[in-house]
Design a protein around this ligand. Sequence first.
Ligand code: FUB
Length: 328
Amino acid sequence: MPLRPLRIFPALWLSAALATVAFAANPLDFGSNIKTADPSGHVWADGRMYVYASHDEECQEDFWMKDWHVFSSADLVQWTDHGACLAVKNLKWADNYAWAPDAAYKNGKYYFIFPAGTGVKDRVNPSQSTKWMGIGIAESDSPTGPFKDMIGAPLWTKPYANDPCLFVDDDGKAYLYVPARGRDWLVAEMADDMRSIKGFKKMDMGGYQPRMEGPWVFKRNGVYYYTMPENLRTLSYYTSSSPLGPWKYRGVIMEEENQSNNHHSIVQFKGRWILFYHRWLVDETSDCKKRQRKICAEYLHFNDDGTIRPVVRTAAGVGPLPAPGGPP
Ligand code: FUB
């Protein structure tokens, strides 16, 4: 008789393990067929994972995007779509190009930083283009918004304004990282009230500055990591002992796929490091049948020396998290 529990528990572990293996968590299930891109993952004080994302309209033209969504989860499997946390229709200065956002918590408020713009890009005759973009900042008492544009104007429109990354260091200083045309990799400290920037500084990237967009900065064990889609597609990274650099190139995290852009974020959640990114997948149920973007996630692992192990795209992704005390 005393053997019985021992037989039952291994069986339970086995079925839990099989469920884990068989579970396909990618792309993330946001409860609908919503097309999403440019995930910016953050864990706030309530311990939930929040993902701030661009929203690709079904079969949209040329990245014409109108709002941003926020999703949250307690386990990375069951997600809540909190809806649009901000839309270009709420802005005085833009009506399009709701591109890759980021978020931060400071001064008891949640901040949402975003690119948006107006006009049309003429890809055949670029000189005829009327498109321009700016970076806006909005504020809310809630991590899910709605966020309000407190300035009513972009923080700047030149230099090139897209893909802001807002990193708040342990001392409370907020740094804004942006890609710029001409291969200048810029950082600006934000004013304490988060309503202006103190001016751009060109960072020393150790002599290696490929074309890039979508930078992301995080800190682990006192080391700053600057990660980005190299040539807009291959995720790679640098490290530094300061948020301002100089930075040292460290190599590739995730290879490119189908010559398509990738955009990512890296965040610690319940002791595990998570890489959020997007994939371009054909949706057979869609009228246009073309590849559209959806957000995925993978576990990310560090070596003992702090370098990042390469990550491969999987169907299983990150869910469900192993049970506490279970196999790693
Ligand atoms: O989603 C629009 C643009 O595509 C983003 O700003 C870039 O990072 C790329 O993902």
